[in-house]
Design a binder for this molecule. Structure first.
Ligand SMILES: [Zn+2]
Ligand SMILES: [Zn+2]
Length: 140
């Protein structure tokens, strides 16, 4: 696992309490929007503005400590990850998110890249779907 405080220091960024707090919130392993994070951080730092949260997230994304994903519904989601480019299946009804292994996709992407004279593929895919629980609910 990447360690944000060390990386931030090494890259010459200040370890502000807000930055550490945002990193800490993301350690819970959830997918959160900037607004979610803002709401949580406000409990500890009342009056912190959303722009600060966005700027901090941008920095963490740039340092590859946090992955930003665009899901088929809702705002961008952020998560702490040591493996960027991982992929999601998202339920359109309940918002449940699952990760899946992209090994097969990567192999296919690499083949496509080779054929087109490109190298080193990275795959990130967010699939919009409906989970079985929601399908069952619809039927009953
Ligand atoms: Zn669902
Ligand atoms: Zn994820």
């Amino acid at each position: 696992m990447h360690h944000a405080p060390e990386v931030l220091k090494k890259e010459g960024h200040k370890l502000t309490p807000q930055r550490l707090m945002i990193w800490h919130i993301l350690q819970a392993g959830r997918h959160l929007s900037a607004e979610d994070i803002h709401q949580e951080i406000e409990k500890k730092f009342p009056g912190i503005d959303l722009t600060t949260v966005y700027r901090t997230l941008e920095l963490l994304v740039r340092l590859e400590l946090v992955q930003e994903s665009r899901f088929p519904v809702g705002p961008h989601q952020y998560e702490a990850t040591d493996k960027l480019g991982h992929s999601h299946i998202i339920c359109r009804k309940c918002g449940r998110v699952h990760h899946f292994d992209v090994a097969d996709l990567l192999a296919a992407a690499n083949r496509i890249c080779e054929n087109q004279d490109f190298s080193c593929a990275d795959v990130e895919l967010n699939i919009s779907s409906v989970c079985n629980d929601c399908l069952k609910k619809d039927r009953s």
